[in-house]
Design a protein around this ligand. Structure first.
Ligand code: SAM
Length: 298
């Protein structure tokens, strides 16, 4: 069922006496052109299993179901189930799971819903979503950090979040989210999306991003946890110099030793996090990690 008109969406919603819940980020797509762009960006064919986060009334779901072999959906709002029963009536290849995506093991769910063919230890799948904006960053990071067997993600997010994801060193948008997403994937901005393609209209502009998962990070990282500690410290206090933020990480780190160590690896200790490339962050984290764990320092 095609739901690409405000009149049809309104009709369905009124028929089922559905009330939008702002607290669940319920801004439904009503524009077929944008739906097609999202599906195109995911390059879906019948060989694909797609996991969708948040079905709404099934607008994107039905477009995905036309192209994919299987679509598995996680939707938190039980009130949408009767609507989905109607709008997805002809879609035999859609499986709906009611639950909170943030607390769901995507690999387990996909494994179960595909009879063990995709998911954990099996074939990789794609994730596509018009994300609920109140939890965009945690959901993106859950999908990435959990090392699920996903090869591609296409997400509609707030325009500002998209800009932070694809930012380059040196700008105000470049930060911990940029480094976090780039650690696990190669991000690309696909299109900007105006407010008017949603019902109800959100307060912010949106954009679609495409994240191709990486087999390994863009530079060698000896210790993932320590790398992110350095990144968080550098962006937690953006005005402080690197020598200050790095020496604050551990009691064993003297500021003068940190400054000399940074100079030795070709990094000016007076620089700030926002100027450092991924490779430079990795170089700093790997070297300082060795300093913290040097014999006699434990
Ligand atoms: N895909 C639909 C569309 O494009 O029209 C709906 C997108 S709407 C922006 C976000 C959807 O995510 C809503 O249906 C909402 O109920 C659902 N949702 C919100 N929080 C969720 C969560 N934690 N887990 C799963 N679904 C959630």
């Amino acid at each position: 069922m095609k739901l690409y008109s405000p009149a049809i969406v309104r009709q369905i919603i009124e028929k089922h006496k559905f009330h939008f819940q702002k607290s669940l980020g319920q801004n439904f797509l009503i524009d077929g052109n944008i739906v097609n762009k999202i599906v195109e960006a995911a390059g879906i064919n019948t060989d694909d299993t797609v996991l969708e986060i948040g079905a709404g009334i099934g607008t994107l779901t039905s477009a995905l179901a036309e192209k994919a072999g299987k679509v598995v959906v996680i939707e938190i709002d039980k009130n949408l189930l009767p609507i989905l029963g109607e709008t997805l009536a002809g879609c035999e290849n859609v499986e709906i799971f009611t639950g909170n995506a943030l607390r769901t093991d995507f690999d387990e769910l996909v494994y179960e819903k595909t009879g063990g063919v995709y998911g954990k230890g099996q074939r990789a799948y794609k994730v596509v979503a018009n994300l609920p904006y109140y939890i965009t960053t945690p959901l993106v990071m859950h999908a990435l950090e959990s090392h699920f067997n996903i090869d591609l993600m296409v997400f509609m997010v707030q325009k500002e979040v998209a800009e932070r994801i694809v930012a380059q060193p040196g700008g105000k948008d470049y930060g911990a989210l940029t480094l976090g997403v780039n650690y696990y994937s190669e991000p690309q901005k696909v299109i900007r999306v105006p407010k008017k393609v949603f019902m109800p209209q959100p307060e912010v502009e949106s954009a679609v991003v495409r994240l191709k998962t990486r087999a390994k990070p863009p530079a060698l990282v000896e210790d993932e946890e320590f790398f992110f500690q350095v990144v968080r410290a550098a962006f937690g206090q953006r005005r402080k110099t690197l020598a200050n933020t790095v020496s604050g990480l551990n009691d064993k780190l003297e500021k003068s030793t940190v400054a000399k160590t940074l100079s030795d690896i070709g990094i000016d200790p007076g620089r700030r996090g926002e100027t450092l490339s991924f490779e430079e962050f990795a170089r700093i984290a790997n070297t300082i990690y060795l300093l913290v764990h040097a014999p006699g320092n434990n």
